[in-house]
Design a protein around this ligand. Structure first.
Ligand code: 5RP
Length: 291
């Protein structure tokens, strides 16, 4: 069971065979409680089946990240274009208008910063997530890292909260300095999150074999954008991820560090919700940016 070497390689992914959805529009979710489905239905658009989540939780490890120096000035004007916001409770309470009406994916674990290695991550209190009406709890999961066990335990604890309070768990796969972002690693990390009770999983796109990562994860996957890319490349990344089966993006830097964040988030929406090709979305970006 615990053999890491010498196993038969996984290969029967059934690529192209859509999983049975049952009575709900997202894969792997038909047996969940009404409250979990209700919250997922606020995060994901039931028409397209996809979501544009705006992530701006970076400060909890990186401090005043470029583009997030003043969240009130840079992020608040983008809220109307996001399907869901992902942030810490500190940033939410200090800078996000309570009347924004956007579902919240609450960054639910905390511990280290970029000044240290990942260490003793802990979870926030579930009562606070309930007070904030969180639509998802988002703990970091560091598969293959020194503190893997601690982070998987945190994920499992969140899944217990999901079962008890019907708040979905978003497993956030962290990629450490020494871990590659290939499909083998991402497939393992996302599957471990799902097996331990994540309702949906955030991970990274990889060019080789991403469709296998999606196929082997029985619950929806959304992708992070990663470091800032030129706008055309970020739109291409979103397009390829959606074409390979991702159900949306949980994107930060490629939106709020863009030359024109308002245009970028709308172009990303074009790809995620309207099936725009990258070139078409880039045209939309340019059109909005020049006005
Ligand atoms: C930071 C995160 C971010 O939310 C995530 O990486 C998405 O942001 P980006 O698109 O900038 O990668 O988890 O800890």
């Amino acid at each position: 069971m615990a053999d890491a070497e010498g196993n038969i390689e996984a290969k029967n992914y059934g690529i192209g065979i859509e999983p049975e959805r049952g009575n709900f529009f997202l894969k792997g979710c038909s047996n969940l409680d009404w409250g979990v489905k209700y919250r997922l239905g606020r995060i994901f658009n039931p028409k397209s089946g996809n979501t544009v989540m705006l992530a701006f939780d970076h400060g909890y490890i990186m401090g005043p990240t470029s583009g997030l120096e003043r969240v009130d000035l840079s992020i608040v004007p983008l809220l109307e274009f996001a399907d869901c916001i992902m942030c810490t409770r500190g940033m939410l309470r200090s800078s996000i208008p309570a009347e924004c009406g956007k579902p919240l994916a609450l960054r639910f674990s905390a511990g280290s910063t970029i000044l240290t290695e990942l260490n003793d991550e802990c979870l926030a209190a579930i009562e606070d997530a309930i007070k904030l009406d969180a639509c998802a709890l988002a703990p970091m999961v560091a598969i293959g890292g020194e503190f893997e066990a601690k982070t998987v335990k945190n994920l499992a604890r969140c899944a217990d909260f999901t079962a008890k309070y019907s708040i979905p768990t978003l497993g956030v796969t962290a990629v450490g300095k020494n871990l590659s972002r290939d499909s083998r690693y991402l497939g393992l990390a996302t599957r471990v999150c799902a097996e331990n009770g994540a309702t949906f999983v955030k991970t990274y796109y990889c060019d080789e074999g991403f469709e296998k990562v999606v196929a082997a994860c029985p619950v929806p996957i959304v992708i992070a954008g990663g470091k800032k890319l030129p706008e055309a490349e970020a739109l291409e990344l979103a397009y390829k991820a959606i074409s390979s089966g991702a159900r949306g993006v949980d994107m930060g830097r490629n939106i709020f560090q863009s030359e024109c964040p308002k245009a970028m988030i709308q172009a990303v929406r074009g790809v995620v919700h309207e099936g725009m090709k990258p070139a078409e979305a880039m045209e939309l970006y340019r059109d909005i940016a020049k006005n």
